[in-house]
Design a protein around this ligand. Sequence first.
Ligand code: SF4
Length: 392
Amino acid sequence: MPGIYFHIPFCKQACHYCNFHFSTSLRNKEAMLPAMLRELDLRKDYLKEKELDSIYFGGGTPSLLTAAELMLFFDAIGKYFTLRPGAEITLEANPDDLTAENIRALRDTPVNRLSIGIQSFREEDLRFFNRAHNAAQARACLEKALSAGFSNLTIDLIYGAPTTSDKHWAENLDIFFSYGIPHLSSYALTVEARTALAHFINTGKAPAIDEEKTARQYEYLLASMKAHHYIHYEISNFALPGHFAVHNSSYWRGEAYLGIGPSAHSFNGESRQWNVANNAHYIRLLANPTGLPNLSGLPEVFEIEYLSPATRYNEYAMTGLRTIWGVELSRLRQMGAEYESYFLSHIRPFLETGLAEQEGGIIRLTDAGSLMADGIASAVFIVGKDDLSRNP
Ligand code: SF4
């Protein structure tokens, strides 16, 4: 069943590694909410189904919204959609926003899952990342959230930073385990173009990423999570049984979702579209869509890509290889026998070298293969063709 994503494009300060869409000026925050609600109204029929499995507030920093502002979204959702009983409603939150008072206010909203951007429990890492919170706040917010009854928590942790030794990484994970949190998203520090981190490395102000250390820390992560009975269900995501992220899993399983807000993406099974990544422009476009029954008359708001058969295959191969669900050969066969045989011939070297494994009709990466998931995915991609059957 489908989900809705709301992109809240504001942050208190810019983390050095981040290339998401956000503004550190809150000037447009007041005008942003009505614009997003207007977009929701215009696009309420984008999803075929009206019962939602998940709602996700991401960003940016959704915890900059007050509980009253969040309720405006829930009121609007209630006009057009129903929620499946037990639907997952996640809010991404930064530790410095999670005061006892804010957490209490959040408990009075429908939010039932917090995704907390801890990134590290160590001061030195947090300063290197330019996070707005400190190490004490990283721990305090977890204690407050748990004691307020938010048991469905997930946190983010970053490994591979120049400030994170192997010992520090092990300590970070130990702190995570000590809280009994059921879900972890853990990412290697990556250097994205046009970020402060890229600039620091290019100008010698920060050392380059040590790839060997990053691989070592990833391997340590896999072993520790396994030892603590977490399931590695997506390359960067681990959960105790029964705690897989519903919203993100639906992305990985190719289900439909509607994305609202600047830079938000949507998918309806046939096409992907992504909204303009400019707050002021987005607000201007949504402020006066006079006479438009839906956003199809407002091409400036989003770009759209209709998925060719080869793009569908590439997307399925990539997400399948990144998840516990793997690539189902029967799904490839439904796309056409030529897609199944293309995949089998290109994945064979990885099966032979133990980087991938086959179980019945499913092929997935092994732990060793997951270290080079992007490279393996690109080796099985169809490049430069829209359709294998028309362009053998
Ligand atoms: S708080 Fe999140 S979205 Fe904002 S700059 Fe930091 S990592 Fe990026």
